[in-house]
Design a protein around this ligand. Structure first.
Ligand SMILES: NC(=O)c1ccc[n+]([C@@H]2O[C@H](COP(=O)([O-])OP(=O)(O)OC[C@H]3O[C@@H](n4cnc5c(N)ncnc54)[C@H](OP(=O)(O)O)[C@@H]3O)[C@@H](O)[C@H]2O)c1
Length: 225
């Protein structure tokens, strides 16, 4: 039985691959660029939004990590920005799930998708990514209903996490301090914390959880700082 991690070469996805491998599990990673590889993991290089997806048998879980952070005022965003965010966040996931869900169905599988804290809490300059990630949350609940009782579908909504995707938002020490400060827990996230939640949601321990959007946000969306 294999775990398919779309975007398992960097950031949160790479953290999840490390956890699976440490547990002796078999992983297949799909990503576009050649990066450092983890021994024993199969890497397939393609763009999930455009390229033909290969046949893969005997899947236990799918984790879809590609995403975007395109923060601009609405006056600077073009319709193409919204389309591009929707393509990578929603349509890429739809392509992957359409291709592989039958492989999961026979194996009591689990799917994990990613939203953002900026769906549950309005934030300036987040219109495009929030609109797409709200789509991911809708996809999560609809698919969870459609695939029950065979496949569980859940979503994680993190706050800012120290990954290549967020490198511009955490580009210097002052910004990192300010970012931590605006969270009630006075910190932002490490990728392995978010990866740990994904691993849990895929695990037998989470066999009663489906259709949920789980926030990991250092208190940002629920507490006053
Ligand atoms: N980091 C944050 O602050 C944050 C906050 C809230 C939500 N999230 C969400 O959490 C998820 C994971 O984020 P992350 O920060 O770990 O992202 P990341 O550092 O950008 O890693 C994304 C992974 O996806 C792959 N990828 C991207 N586009 C792809 C494509 N079209 N086809 C195939 N592979 C593709 C990347 O590899 P290649 O580039 O080689 O293709 C990489 O392995 C995303 O959905 C993101 O929106 C992140």
């Amino acid at each position: 039985m294999k775990h398919l991690i779309i975007g398992g070469s960097k950031g949160i996805g790479a953290g999840l691959v490390q956890l699976f491998v440490a547990n002796g599990e078999e992983c297949i990673v799909i990503c576009r660029s050649q990066t450092e590889q983890v021994e024993g993991v199969q890497y397939i290089h393609l763009d999930v939004t455009t390229d033909e997806l290969p046949d893969i048998e005997q899947l236990k879980t799918i984790t879809y990590c590609p995403g975007s952070i395109n923060l601009k005022p609405i006056s600077s965003l073009k319709e193409d920005d919204f389309l591009s965010d929707f393509t990578v966040n929603v349509l890429g996931a739809v392509r992957v799930i359409k291709k592989y869900h039958r492989q999961l169905k026979t194996n009591n599988g689990s799917i994990v998708l990613f939203s953002t804290v900026a769906v549950g809490q309005g934030m300036p300059y987040h219109t495009s990514v929030a609109a797409s990630k709200a789509g991911v949350e809708g996809l999560t609940r609809s698919l969870a209903a459609e695939f029950a009782p065979n496949i569980r579908v859940n979503c994680i909504a993190p706050t800012i996490t120290d990954t290549p995707l967020a490198s511009g938002l955490l580009r210097n020490e002052k910004i990192r301090e300010n970012t931590a400060e605006r969270h009630p827990l006075k910190r932002f996230l490490e990728p392995n914390e978010v990866a740990g939640m994904a691993a849990y949601l895929h695990s037998h321990l989470a066999r009663g959880i489906t259709g949920q959007v789980i926030g990991i946000d250092a208190g940002l969306s629920r507490l006053r700082g």
